[in-house]
Design a protein around this ligand. Structure first.
Ligand code: ZN
Length: 146
């Protein structure tokens, strides 16, 4: 199996079997809604941070397969991380999709499936929208604690 096929499998798998999908009504969660007009991607991310740990990440959204699958992958990477690690992982992911050098000890496994979007600049926003929403929600949660 070629590496590109493996990556396609990851994207299709998360598109068909999304993880942590569905929003929750709980005021402890911080929620951020982002919309990508060029593609129609529409994503809401919710995070619950407790004791500087990301106890839960959820999302709801519609859009292209890159957007929806990357939202699902994002939740699996960020959930149960410390707040500090979560920000580091998100930064490394942004480097990956922009085609910059990233730390593969911090970022590995399924997120690497999105390396291919560097060749399609229009899709970079699709691959990052859920991650950006998550980053903003985590910052809100962080600021609230101070
Ligand atoms: Zn899209």
């Amino acid at each position: 199996m070629k590496i590109e096929d493996l990556y396609r499998e990851v994207i299709l798998d998360h598109y068909k079997n999304p993880q942590n999908k569905g929003l929750i009504k709980d005021e402890r969660y911080h929620e951020v809604h982002l919309f990508n007009a060029s593609c129609g991607d529409d994503v809401i991310v919710q995070v619950y941070v407790n004791n500087k740990r990301v106890e839960d990440v959820r999302y709801e959204g519609k859009g292209c397969s890159i957007c929806c699958s990357s939202a699902s992958v994002m939740t699996t990477q960020i959930k149960n991380q410390t707040l500090e690690n979560a920000f580091i992982i998100i930064e490394e992911y942004f480097k990956l999709v922009k085609g910059e050098a990233f730390n593969d000890k911090i970022l590995n496994g399924e997120p690497l499936a999105y390396q291919g979007v560097t060749k399609f600049p229009a899709r970079v926003r699709c691959a990052t929208i859920a991650w950006k929403a998550c980053e903003t929600a985590l910052k809100e949660a962080e600021n609230e604690k101070q």
